[in-house]
Design a protein around this ligand. Structure first.
Ligand code: ADP
Ligand code: MG
Length: 187
């Protein structure tokens, strides 16, 4: 890869930072740009527990002033604060909602927060919004469930080398089959 800007996005807990850290560990010519960290530094974000509330309009215009070069841009807000022209690839990490719930419980998220984030994962909100912001050609989903960080990184390299290899993810069908929609959504 040459002078590529790669987005790693997805819901909280899918493994974005783990994968980004491993990426730059293997190739130190890349640097991490952490959207949440930048938002907090600039005063556009307020940290509440493990999540931050961000003014995405202000954040987007501030990020627009930057010039990315060989960056791994990490954050669940990526589709809302970056433009298609800023990036070469957007990798959306997807994780089985049952596995994701375990991580949220470890992180001691409130039950409303767990439902909100697991629900977002089930509906594929960030994947959908990535496609809207970055286009289908640049957006690739990777199912990280039961994969080691090394396996996930290899998959990401395959995608950037071949410009194909998006996973088909359908958690909604999975929970429908188990008859457990009510576990994730109030209706
Ligand atoms: P994010 O940055 O998307 O919130 P993290 O990188 O913080 O996610 O990972 C969330 C949790 O899952 C951490 O406890 C991390 O150690 C663990 N984790 C990340 N990737 C994997 C993986 N491939 N397999 C198992 N556990 C993982
Ligand atoms: Mg993180």
């Amino acid at each position: 890869m040459n002078c590529v800007n790669l987005v790693i996005t997805g819901n909280p807990g899918v493994g974005k930072h783990t994968i980004a850290d491993l990426f730059v560990k293997q190739d130190s010519s890349y640097q991490i740009f952490d959207i949440n960290k930048f938002a907090i530094e600039k005063g556009f974000g307020e940290k509440i527990h493990d999540e931050i509330e961000v003014d995405t309009t202000k954040l987007k215009s501030e990020i627009g002033k930057l010039n990315f070069e060989k960056s791994i841009i990490v954050g669940h807000l990526a589709p809302y604060v970056l433009d298609e022209s800023d990036i070469d690839f957007a990798i959306i990490l997807r994780k089985n909602p049952y596995e994701l719930m375990k991580i949220y419980e470890e992180r001691k998220y409130q039950s409303s927060k767990i439902k909100e984030n697991a629900g977002s994962e089930i509906l594929g909100v960030i994947a959908n919004d990535s496609i809207i912001s970055f286009g289908k050609k640049k957006s690739f989903e990777v199912d990280v469930t039961n994969k080691t960080p090394e396996m996930i990184l290899e998959k990401i390299h395959d995608i950037t080398n071949n410009q194909k290899g998006s996973d088909a993810v359908d958690w909604l069908r999975l929970i429908e089959e188990k008859n457990e929609i009510g576990k994730f959504f109030d209706y």
